[in-house]
Design a binder for this molecule. Sequence first.
Ligand code: GGG
Length: 376
Amino acid sequence: MSPRTFNIVCIPGDGIGVDITDAAVQVLTKLSATFGTFTLKFDTVDWSSKNYKQRGYYAPPGGVDGLKKYDAIYFGAVGWPGSSSRHMILPIRTTLNQYANVRPTRILPGTVSPLSACAADPSLLDWVIVRENSEGEYSGHGGTTPSTAHAAHTVATEVSIFTRTGIERIMRFAFETALHRPRRRLTMVTKSNAQRHGMVLWDAIFYEVAREYDGRVAYDKMLVDAMTVRMVNRPGSLDTIVATNLHADILSDLAAALSGSIGIAPSSNLDPTRQFPSMFEPIHGSAPDIAGQGIANPVGAFWSAAEMIRWLAGSDGASNVVGLVDGPGVGNMVGAADCLMKAIANVAENGVKTRDLGGKSTTKEVTDAVCEEIGR
Ligand code: GGG
């Protein structure tokens, strides 16, 4: 069987997004060459905040639609003082139906949690946060009157949009995710004691969908403020978590910090229907404070790359929604993703770590070490 070729478009973006995307391409190239059962071809587009400031747009007209011809999108990071990531990342997610943002969190070997219980027993913290990625607080509706922030009487509105369709599909996705996890537990997060419309609808639809999973998935509901306390105090009581665009954005940063560093955390922006390409990115931003210094942690980028390979493995629609098995016509891609994760772990355990993990290594040193591990 000749190796199947997957066409990947890279959007490095801003700041350390550029460094870690280069690193991810180097590692993915090594991985496909080592396995020889699949080929990855990369294109790159420069949709950065610098361009936005110069030309008034990130993606040129038709650019986001142009992404549809690829098998997957690899994204670095966006954001720079004076720009807004809204114009970049949100149109991609909505145009390409990437309504499920999946953010796994584990304590990788060689990484230490700041929580003493998890430092002693890393298996306590093993979560998947499912973030609703297409509506809610990031819908972009609202306005400022008058349009300046500086008038004494300026009023701004930020309107959250919640739809039955949007909520139902993310609940079903979250239950399916929980169903394929060892602990089979789903916790749904809202703030329905204070926000009495969209959050109440979330609660109601959660219990509707939950009935379909009775006896198969254990489930409960938390308020977002209490959830932050539970994540710190009782991490072992959680497994899969589903929350709105804003709440899950915040909770996943907390989760990443509790697992050792935001530099290691991956995310997948999935179109579960597989009609359009999905997008893979570390959850961290562009980190202007360390941009260009060669010290960014590439592990979140590598883990995101592994998730991309795992997703592509199921690209024939043969796998379940979380893409765990090789579909017909793709060779051992799940094995390649596992190999990459093992390489990341071995390198960290050997002490090759960036500063955020307590090491002294550069981005390049970690990248070269991961490539060497893959080839072993
Ligand atoms: N790689 C993640 C990234 O660039 N984050 C910047 C950001 O503003 N993200 C907003 C979001 O994820 O909704």
